[in-house]
Design a binder for this molecule. Structure first.
Ligand code: CA
Length: 365
């Protein structure tokens, strides 16, 4: 009942544009006075509440903002479905039902074909490179320009690192084995799979296990060992493939209602920005710390068949990926601008990493 009333209030307030004012207590300070206005914000997310690294990352971000601001900006987190359904996060924040959201831009390809470029591109930038592009290569400016059209301000707010290719209920030996495969795979990766004869579907994380176990889907990618183990996906499919060609990184996003953000005093805006930057790094650190052990557990305790996708399959996926990405850019002017910037950055980063990361990994073994 309370929730319904809240939702109703959110809709009405958004319509009158007075949400920012309502979420605020206190008056603007006079010159030289301390700003003691207090803000109560809600954050809706695409993740199950407190799901490892994704949901908990959102919760840590909210706590960090609340603490860093001394409680002047207090953020309360709602898991996917608690206040709005997971995939309504973008709209809910845009219309002001919540002031803040946490998710990933590739869920919003229906809003703009350029959105997925800000989360993950098949065979694209890895995390290190993506952060380079976003913070120092013009990527974030493009992202902000795109989301401004929806009344949102985006912040990078977490990263998974290179993901796994996913769970399959059958072995993948050749490209032909992908044909007819019903797979949960969002974003551009899904379009690539369709190109090779599979049927991609997009489901929120919380629905994956049941969908895979009951045969609604034959395969799913999710994140990596840490998150996949938490969902128990090894109990629904036996074959676990790498590498995550479809998501060589996945940038998570914190989105903020633009009017609400602009209503904040400058120091609180700076706190939001700095805390997002901190969580962007922290989620990756948690993934890095947990994935190795989870993979070992899947392999040794649960006898999961962990193996690489065959080179021929990866080559076909790469060829289809290049086509899909080029076609997305060809049908949307903004996506074309984004891709031009992204590809120029990738060329430079790849050239550098051919002399740094790549030979180092190989030499280390
Ligand atoms: Ca994924």
């Amino acid at each position: 009942m309370q929730r319904r009333q809240f939702l109703k209030a959110g809709g009405t307030l958004a319509a009158t544009g007075s949400l920012a004012a309502c979420a605020r207590e206190g008056a603007a300070p006079a010159d030289g006075e301390r700003d003691s206005r207090r803000y109560q914000w809600n954050m809706v997310t695409t993740w199950p509440a407190n799901f490892p690294a994704l949901g908990t990352g959102a919760s840590r971000l909210a706590q960090m903002i609340t603490d860093a601001s001394g409680g002047r900006l207090s953020v309360r987190v709602y898991g996917g479905g608690e206040l709005v359904p997971p995939f309504e996060t973008f709209d809910a924040v845009a219309r002001g039902t919540a002031q803040m959201g946490h998710g990933a831009a590739y869920y919003w390809g229906g809003k703009s074909p350029a959105c997925p470029f800000f989360a993950a591109v098949p065979f694209g930038l890895n995390t290190q490179e993506m952060n380079g592009w976003l913070y120092h290569g013009g990527g974030l400016e493009l992202w902000r320009e795109l989301y401004a059209g929806f009344g949102l301000v985006p912040f990078p707010a977490g990263n998974t690192g290179v993901q796994m290719a996913g769970w399959f209920n059958r072995e993948i030996r050749t490209v032909a084995d992908l044909r007819g495969l019903k797979m949960r795979i969002p974003g551009l990766g899904g379009e690539v799979m369709a190109r090779l004869g599979a049927t991609p579907v997009n489901l929120p994380g919380a629905e994956l296990f049941t969908a895979l176990q009951t045969g609604v889907i034959d395969a799913t990618e999710w994140v990596g060992p840490y998150n996949d183990l938490a969902f128990g996906l090894h109990r629904a499919a036996r074959h676990y493939y790498y590498p995550g060609w479809q998501e060589p990184c996945a940038t998570l996003e914190c989105i903020v209602n633009k009017a609400a953000f602009e209503s904040l005093p400058g120091d609180l805006q700076a706190i939001v920005e700095a805390c997002c930057r901190a969580i962007n790094d922290d989620v990756l650190a948690e993934m890095t710390a947990q994935n190795g052990r989870a993979l070992e557990q899947l392999r040794d305790q649960h006898q999961v068949d962990v193996r690489a996708l065959p080179d021929t399959v990866l080559a076909a996926l790469k060829e289809a990926s290049d086509q899909v990405v080029a076609e997305v850019a060809a049908r949307d002017a903004f996506a074309a601008r984004v891709l031009a910037s992204y590809r120029a950055f990738q060329d430079d980063a790849a050239a550098w990493h051919r002399s740094s990361e790549l030979p180092y990994y190989l030499a280390r073994g």
